[in-house]
Each structure stands twice: as C-alpha cells, then as structure tokens.
Design a protein around this ligand. Structure first.
Ligand code: KG4
Ligand code: ZN
Length: 384
C-alpha cells in the first residue's frame, strides 16, 4: 500500500460516521455524528428513527470528512463501508451512499465487518486526533507515547482479540487483521448492552454505559457492597454470560418479585427508593462483577492461546465501545504488566463506533483483493 486513500463509511447503529485513512493506518479525518439525543427518551436505539437520521446526516458527514482531509472526492482510491453486522435499515443507508460514490467515481467498494474493524482501531495512528494505537498503560488524554515506541502492527500477530461493544462480546484468535477465528462469545447479552440495561435499572439516562462508569467512579462508592454473580460456565469455556448479573442487579434494586404491592409481577421497591450512596455502590459493584467476568475469560483465552493458534500470543488487541470503560482500561493495563504483552487499546475517540476503523481495515481487504461489487448487501450478523 502506498499513498492509498480510502473513505470509510459507518452507519451500523446510531452513529453516522465518515473518515479518510491513508495507507491503512494514518487517519486524515474522522467525523462522527451521534444520534444519542434522538434515542435518549426511549432508553435504547429505535431502528426506524436511526435509519431516518442516517439519511439526513450521511451526505454532509461524507463531504466534511473529505474536506477535513484536505482532499476532493476525485482523490479517493476506494470506498469502504461497514456492511455487517448491524441494524439492516441503518446499514442500508451507508451501503447505498458507498455504492453511489464508488460507482460515480469508478473506484472499488469494500464491505467491512464492523466487529472485526473494532479490533483494527487500536492499530491506527492519527494526525488529526493526536495519537492512537498505543498500549493500555499509556491510555488517556494526552498520554499517547511517540509513534516510534508503539508496537508496529505486523509485530502484533497472532494476537488475542477482545471485542466488547453494545452488540457483541467476543474473543478471537487474530492471525492478521483479515484472518480471525472466534473462540468465545457471550451466550446472551453483550457487555455494553448489559451496562446499558443496568443503567436503566439504576435510573440513569441513555447512553447508559458511560453514565454508569461515571457513577461507579464517585468517591466513596463501594464496589464490594453487593457480591454479584460472575458467570464462569464450564471449566474451559471461553463463552460469557451477563443476563444473570443483570437480573441480580434488578432484584438488588427492586427487591424480590411477587412481594410488591401489585401482585405477582410487582416488586417491593423502585429505583426512586435508592439513596444516592446505594446507587453508587450498586453501580460500582455491578461494574466490578461485569469487568471481572470479562477478565476471567481473557485470562483463560491467553492460557489456551497456543492450543488454538499454534503459536504464542504476541499482543492483545481490544476494541468496541466498552473499551472506553475506566475499570476495563485499568484491568487491561494490569494484563500488559503481568503477562509482559503489548495490550493495544484504542484511544477514547476510536473505542466507540467510527469510520476510521472501517477505512483502515478496508485498506487491508483491498490489498488482499477482497473487494465487493454493487450487489453488496447489508447483513445483520457478524461473519464469525
Ligand atoms: O462499539 P459501540 O460504539 O457500538 C456497537 O458496536 O455496539 O459500543 C457502544 C456500547 C454501548 O453499549 C455503550 O453503553 C458502551 O459501548 N460504552 C460503555 C462506555 N462507553 C461506551 N460501557 C461502559 N463504560 C463506558 N465508559
Ligand atoms: Zn461498534
């Protein structure tokens, strides 16, 4: 790849994003329009509202990304678009825009798996956002080490991949950015989904994950106030489960179902009965248990890595919205120190949905000749 300029488009859920990335690694622009406000009154994403908002945002967001990169559309070599997984109506908007652009410019179109792209986010470097692709221990605003000190992408493989997002929670053997095998996944809720539902149970507003993280960090919050369950599943299992944890929080907040004033379905209390201190303790206890559950499986996966991959692990790649979580970032830093492995966590702006990761992974697919054509269709599920 030499001076290849790829426009990435992302519209899988409730962010409309576009980005231009040079040579698969250097972010020239990254524009994200979030719909959080539109969905906040429903405590979750409403697919029809999301699709309509994408239609309104997509053209100006693409234009801005190209302009902020200092380019014109004619400079682009290819268009990469997240085409799976996601809300079908939302994906369709990004794909339609990408097809229109690719066709009119006469350049290839590349379909990118959004979940795999989250693992690529930490490998990007940025000239517009102040640094990316740095180890967990260096994370945080203004703490990115000089580019020269960061692990080079080709030194990272095979890697263990951890994706923790609103829709997916999975562990992967990552042989290269485009050669991934899933070795574990949640059997029910995704971690971000569990955070969002827990936040609703605690009476916090949307988006729940970051709000719960903030509440758990309140001074004096006791993360051992409640011993929530941590699902281990069978002895060697790399799968995860968060629905029991979520239900335990519900009962801790509302009391036992059936004992309330409204008969069988009635609970004893509502979240409005919580004191501020109890709400903070519950948030901290929930967060500790949820992150502990992930760390347990990450540790198991590292122990089993060579059996699955046939070679030692050279790095941990983490990505997805929940890698913005302060406790998870701190725990990943611990893994880097204990295991002596580079743990690559994206900077905050690349944890959540963005199009730079789509353009970056798109460049790897383009280099491998894995382009699509105008039959590219939205797919609600991930490839593996
Ligand atoms: O990757 P992402 O932007 O979208 C999906 O692909 O799903 O992830 C969004 C998820 C949401 O569930 C959000 O609540 C969660 O990431 N999230 C967090 C934090 N920041 C975002 N969860 C816990 N703590 C955070 N600080
Ligand atoms: Zn995502």
């Amino acid at each position: 790849m030499h001076n290849t300029l790829i426009l990435g488009i992302e519209s899988s859920c409730d962010e409309t994003a576009a980005s231009v990335v040079r040579d698969g690694c250097e972010i020239l622009s990254s524009v994200i329009a979030s719909q959080h406000e539109l969905h906040s009154e429903y405590a979750g994403v409403v697919p029809e509202i999301a699709s309509r908002a994408h239609v309104e945002a997509i053209v100006p967001i693409v234009q801005r990304a190209v302009r902020e990169a200092g380019l014109t559309l004619d400079d682009l070599d290819a268009i990469a678009v997240g085409h799976r997984p996601g809300l079908v109506g939302s994906l369709l908007i990004g794909i339609s825009a990408a097809k229109g652009l690719a066709w009119s410019l006469g350049v290839p179109i590349i379909g990118v798996d959004h979940v795999h792209a989250h693992l690529y986010a930490g490998l990007l470097k940025s000239s517009c956002t102040g640094g990316a692709g740095f180890p967990a221990r260096e994370s945080g605003p203004g703490k990115a080490p000089p580019l020269a000190e960061r692990p080079r992408p080709h030194d990272c493989f095979p890697a263990l991949g951890l994706v923790v997002s609103g829709g997916h929670t999975s562990l992967y053997i990552v042989r290269s950015p485009i050669d991934l095998t899933r070795i574990g996944a949640t059997i029910d809720d995704a971690l971000g989904e569990a955070f969002d539902k827990a936040a609703t149970i605690l009476g916090l507003s949307h988006p729940g994950g970051p709000n719960l993280d903030r509440l758990a960090a309140t001074e004096g919050a006791d993360d051992r106030a409640v011993q929530f369950p941590i699902a281990r599943l069978s002895k060697d299992s790399l799968d995860m489960s968060f629905s029991g944890l979520k239900t335990s929080l519900l009962y801790a907040v509302r009391g036992t179902p059936g004992r309330g004033p409204h008969g069988k379905q009635g609970y004893e209390r509502t979240e409005a009965d919580l004191t501020d201190k109890r709400r903070c303790d519950l948030a901290a206890s929930f967060q500790r248990a949820a992150i502990e559950a992930v760390m347990l499986k990450l540790g198991r996966a590292l122990d089993q890595f060579e059996t699955h991959a046939g070679a030692p692990c050279r790095a941990v790649l983490a990505g997805g919205g929940v890698t913005a979580n302060s406790l998870l970032r701190a725990r990943l830093e611990g893994v880097a120190q204990e295991r002596g492995l580079p743990v690559i966590v994206p900077p905050m702006e690349l944890c959540v949905d963005n199009a730079a990761m789509i353009a970056g992974l798109g460049a790897c697919l383009l280099a491998a000749g894995r382009t699509a054509d105008l039959t590219l269709a939205p797919v609600p599920t991930t490839a593996c």
